[in-house]
Design a binder for this molecule. Structure first.
Ligand code: HSE
Length: 318
């Protein structure tokens, strides 16, 4: 990016937006990002905040008429170079995130998003729009938060991915680990919710939609073109009252012919068998290295903020 001063706008100032704001401010110096500033924040609860101070979060106050904010108009008029889209996930039509992303890309901004809804549903269209407008669209946070996932392949030039397989949802992996230890399904789900792993609507976790969205995103990224509705999705409810609960993982898989999410019973020889609790993991079957596996957190405030920071540094370094 050639501009000396880079302005970043944040859309959505919930857990991810605030986490990113804090992480950016705390790492700015060590990353030599002194020419980069967060120039505005838009949130239906907190309003339109221009040139926020570093101590913003401790002084945040809800506004009265937030629902009247015209986010698309703000994006249109914004002089930001990069828009970070952190609004809520919607797997039905991707709104409002998808409209925010389209507006940003067509009004001269690069986009960073952690929002799985628009990307699982519309990645190919949005990538085309970004390319047509000469903009970057960065989506690291949509798969395994800041833990290296699909971007690991940037370190392996020329290597071809034949298939990808993994544990892409922390909530269900946490529940399945608890079931394996003989505990109760509902109690484990409640615990996952209280620890903040589960989605606002835990159906998206338990019934496999969150993992399915990540499989759709991976399929698109590797050129296999399965969108969200093409992914065969089965969640973990069938294990709730099952007597056989040992060794199950909610496995997501994609290759050029297939894309699915379903509970699979693994044995100890499988690396993924050993990925327990809220941890996620991804395995690439490659032509040059065979199987490459990465494991780490797939959710959380700082963990997801790390993904957006990775994307920001990547765009600025271009
Ligand atoms: N609810 C998700 C999970 C969050 O449990 O993994 C990250 O997508």
């Amino acid at each position: 990016m050639s501009s000396d001063n880079v302005k970043v706008a944040i859309l959505g100032f919930g857990t991810v937006g605030q986490g990113f704001f804090e992480l950016f401010n705390s790492k700015k110096k060590s990353l030599a990002l002194d020419n980069v500033s967060i120039s505005e924040i838009v949130d239906l609860k907190y309003g339109h905040i221009v040139n926020p101070q570093d101590d913003l979060i401790s002084n945040l106050k809800p506004v009265e008429d937030g629902s009247k904010i015209d986010v698309l108009d703000i994006i249109q008029k914004s002089d930001a170079d990069i828009v970070c889209e952190f609004t809520w996930v919607n797997f039905k039509d991707g709104e409002p995130g998808v409209s925010h992303i389209r507006k940003a890309l067509t009004t001269g901004k690069d986009v960073i998003t952690t929002n799985k809804g628009p990307i699982a549903l519309f990645y190919n269209e949005l990538k085309e729009l970004a390319d047509k407008n000469g903009r970057n669209l960065r989506i690291k946070g949509t798969v395994m938060a800041g833990t290296p996932s699909f971007n690991v392949m940037d370190l392996l030039p020329g290597s071809e991915v034949k298939s990808v397989r993994g544990i892409f949802n922390g909530t269900t992996n946490f529940i399945l680990s608890r079931l394996d230890a003989g505990e109760n399904f509902d109690k484990a789900l409640q615990e996952a919710q209280s620890k903040g792993y589960a989605e606002a609507d835990p159906t998206n976790d338990v019934d496999g939609y969150d993992a399915g969205a990540k499989v759709a995103i991976l399929s698109s990224l590797f050129g296999w073109k399965r969108t969200f509705s093409d992914v065969r999705i089965e969640g973990i409810r069938s294990l709730k009252d099952s007597r056989d609960r040992k060794g199950y993982k909610l496995i997501g898989y994609a290759d050029k012919n297939d894309a699915y999410v379903r509970p699979v019973k693994l044995d100890e020889t499988d690396l993924l068998y050993h990925v327990t609790g809220v941890t996620n993991a991804i395995q690439f079957d490659t032509d040059t290295l065979g199987e490459v596996t990465v494991a780490g957190p797939g959710a959380g405030r700082v963990e997801t903020a790390q993904a957006a920071l990775t994307d920001l540094v990547d765009i600025i370094g271009k």
